[in-house]
Design a protein around this ligand. Structure first.
Ligand code: FAD
Length: 469
């Protein structure tokens, strides 16, 4: 008897499928943004997809997988870019989307199941009490809250609230363990950070407690600049004004906006660089004043647009974060992206040098964020890919300019985070997943606890299971 047949027998009513199309679809995520991951992972497949509807069904599945030694890869919306939800070792994909209840909405606090879609959460919190999540990825309509916590890092809202990892941005996580008798454990305080962005290798999140903020009728604005340094500098200075209540502030270098933002092209001149801003209604006038002082021209504002015009456009955040890359890839499949830190003391200097040194390969995209009382210019540029060798060379040159590269073309936690094997994350994994069945291959430290970060991003998980193409 195959192990999936044995699993099905043990699961009783818990929904499981081996339907080829479903299994193929749920074995993929948005890894194809990376030409390197695309080539490596195209045919990786699970054997079945299991969709528990509550904690009881989930615990039953985990006990059965323990008994049968079946790997378990959790999946929310499947929008992760680094193959976080790709089941490298086969086994089952644990589809969390049926565990999607909002448990409670309080004053500034939400409790929800992990499979709840972010936009649906916000529909409910707005209707209930005029509140919203502090931040969401630009995949708000398709990503789940559990996937955001386990696979994401921040996004729309981070200009005000910092990244997800900042204290107070995740309040509590409940985890299920994968043991003979799976347990539920609650994590608070610093322990939350061991699970956040750990790709579901050290606990299956079954419930989250998140802070809420007062919702605003956010106004989308596009502000054009003649040149990239002007847009960058204006964005940087505006990001420092805490009195301007912004939800999103990004700068995109010309000619990308006119070339790639197809549905907004009518507002843009060829070559213009752009600030993409979401502002609270009370911040719109002072924001425009500050931008105009710095040479900006407001070419679109949603509070002055007709209903028909608004309906014809996607939300502004679909031009930001990794949606900037998506808009470019739609027009030119040779484009991918990089994730680069900039020196806190002089980000504009470094960004200026990058623009001069890589005029053909890199098109600038900055997300302004704030954390620990400081403003940051996170660089998520479009990158014209040619070869892996050249990509590594460019990453090294960026490092030499003082700009660390967080490799989005590798599927392991360590390579994406420039991290050695992390003893604290591994200690939790030994407790929650002693057999190493949760999302195998995503944490090099599990295979090699002495791993020291290698910037060439060349780790290949030895247990990869591929289906015939
Ligand atoms: P999935 O991709 O399904 O899973 C992500 C990881 O979480 C996987 O490792 C999975 O195993 C794990 N996981 C899922 N559910 C659980 C659970 N219940 N318990 C334990 N582990 C679990 N990311 C950002 O941070 N900010 C952005 O602004 C952003 N913009 C994006 C734009 C585009 C166009 C794309 C394609 C991606 C973007 N991303 C961004 C990446 C991704 O969309 C987000 O991180 C998103 O929040 C992931 O949620 P998901 O439900 O799709 O998770």
């Amino acid at each position: 008897m195959s192990r999936i047949v044995a699993l099905t027998e043990r699961l009783g009513d818990v929904p499981i499928t081996t339907n080829e199309r479903t299994v193929k679809g749920k074995s993929r995520d948005a890894f194809w943004y990376s030409p390197l991951l695309k080539a490596q992972l195209e045919n990786v497949r699970a054997e079945a997809v299991v969709s528990p509807r509550d904690e009881g069904e989930l615990l039953k599945l985990l006990a059965a997988c323990w008994a049968l030694d079946i790997p378990v890869t959790a999946r929310g919306g499947g929008t992760g870019n680094y193959a976080q939800a790709v089941p490298l070792a086969g086994g089952v994909v644990l589809d969390m989307k049926s565990m999607n209840r909002i448990v409670s909405i309080g004053d500034g606090v939400l409790v929800a199941e992990p499979g709840a879609i972010l936009s649906k959460i916000e529909d409910e919190t707005r209707a209930d009490s005029g509140q919203e999540l502090r931040m969401h990825p630009s995949t708000r309509e398709t990503a789940t809250i559990g996937g955001f916590i386990a696979g994401g890092s921040g996004g729309v809202g981070s200009v005000r609230w910092g990244m997800l990892r900042e204290p107070g941005n995740i309040l509590r996580l409940r985890l299920a363990t994968l043991e003979e008798e799976p347990r539920l454990i609650d994590l608070t305080g610093d322990e939350i950070g061991l699970v956040h962005h750990s790709y579901g290798v050290n606990g299956i999140i079954t419930e989250v407690e998140m802070p809420l903020a007062p919702a605003q009728n956010w106004v989308d604005l596009l502000i054009s600049f003649d040149d990239w340094p002007g847009a960058l500098k204006a964005g940087w200075e505006i990001a420092h004004h805490e009195g301007l209540w912004l939800k999103e502030l990004a700068a995109v270098q010309g000619p990308a906006p006119h070339k790639y933002f197809a549905r907004h092209r009518k507002y843009l001149a060829e070559g213009d660089s752009l600030l993409c801003v979401m502002a609270a209604p009370n911040a719109v006038a002072p924001l425009i004043g500050e931008a105009e002082k710095r040479g900006g021209r407001t070419v679109y504002r949603s509070d002055r647009a007709s209903d028909e015009e608004k309906r014809s456009l996607p939300p502004l955040y679909h031009l930001t974060w990794n949606h900037t890359t998506l808009q470019a890839i739609k027009a030119d499949s040779s484009i991918t992206y990089l994730q680069v830190g900039t020196p806190a003391d002089d980000p504009l200097g470094a960004l200026g040098q990058i623009a001069e040194r890589f005029p053909e390969e890199i098109v600038g995209h900055v997300e302004y964020t704030r954390a620990g009382g400081k403003t940051y210019a996170s660089f998520l540029p479009l990158y014209r890919f040619t070869t892996e060798e050249r990509l590594n060379q460019v990453a090294q040159e960026l490092e030499d300019l003082g700009c660390p590269c967080y490799n989005p073309h590798a599927y392991t936690y360590e390579e994406g985070n420039r991290s050695d094997a992390d003893p604290a994350r591994l200690a939790l994994k030994r407790e929650t997943d002693p057999k190493g069945l949760m999302n195998p291959g995503k944490m090099i430290g599990w295979e090699n606890p002495d791993y020291a970060y290698d910037p060439t991003g060349s780790y290949v998980y030895p247990g990869i299971k591929r289906a015939a193409p």
